[in-house]
Design a protein around this ligand. Structure first.
Ligand SMILES: C[S@@+](CC[C@H](N)C(=O)[O-])C[C@H]1O[C@@H](n2cnc3c(N)ncnc32)[C@H](O)[C@@H]1O
Length: 228
């Protein structure tokens, strides 16, 4: 499963940023800013961004943790390769390293914050991934997850049509990979969100508190867990 996921992301890596911007109308940048705000980090903080992909969240953290340590990790190195040009453009520097969320190579209690955006639903076992992310964070630090949700009310119908028809169409047009952009919204529609995802985090028994923040009518959620 994870091998197929890796290959899929390697295949779409070149067009991944363009697709993100088109598919979310650029709103994903605002969600990332909110993640950084909720993280409460300062200029010296140490942050591990997991399943970092092309590094947008890691770079957003670095804008604040300017004297700290931001490590952008992924198991698909082709995705990480796209961080470098963005670092140059933004005049920011993060560390990029290969890491599998299911088995992180970092010491216990080292980071102030660990994060994952739009990655946890692709991980083979999200509970194991979250446990690993909590293990490497100091007591009182935070694990933050940004992941898709499902909007309610009138937005629900629009979103369903958008993710079932428009996303695969644009995936084919822009990234020449309709299968990937059929698979990604499909996994999003099946993935637990809101209280159900909080329950997965809680089941790790690693947190003293967990909060869920819906953004943009529940199209996405930010989950913040305070580590025991
Ligand atoms: C949809 S992309 C999200 C990338 C980025 N975080 C973002 O917000 O745009 C999902 C990423 O998760 C990575 N991924 C999936 N499973 C992983 C795992 N077990 N360990 C590390 N990275 C993983 C993929 O390689 C891919 O880069």
């Amino acid at each position: 499963m994870s091998e197929a996921i890796k290959l899929m992301f390697a295949d779409i890596s070149k067009d991944y940023d363009k697709m993100n911007t088109v598919l979310s109308f650029g709103i994903h940048h605002l969600w990332r800013k909110k993640v950084v705000k909720l993280s409460g980090i300062n200029s010296n903080s140490k942050i591990l961004d997991c399943a970092s992909g092309t590094g947008d969240l890691a770079l957003e953290f670095k804008k604040t943790a300017i004297n700290g340590e931001v490590v952008a990790t992924d198991f698909c190195v082709e995705m990480l390769d796209y961080i470098k040009p963005k670092e140059e453009k933004l005049n920011l520097k993060v560390k990029t390293e290969f890491a599998d969320v299911m088995n992180l190579q970092y010491s216990n209690n080292y980071f102030d914050v660990s994060s994952i955006s739009f990655g946890i639903r692709n991980v083979d076992d999200p509970k194991v991934g979250i446990s690993e992310m909590a293990r490497v964070v100091k007591s009182g630090g935070k694990v933050i997850v940004l992941e898709t949700g499902q909007p309610k009310g009138i937005m629900k119908l629009f979103y369903k049509l958008y993710s079932k028809k428009i996303m695969p169409f644009l995936g084919n047009l822009i990234a020449k990979n309709e299968a990937a952009y059929t698979y990604l919204p499909q996994t999003a529609s099946k993935f637990p969100y809101g209280e159900k995802f909080v329950e997965i985090m809680r089941s790790t028994e690693k947190f003293i508190d967990i909060k869920a923040y819906p953004v943009t009518f529940g199209v996405a959620y930010i989950y913040v867990g305070i580590v025991k």
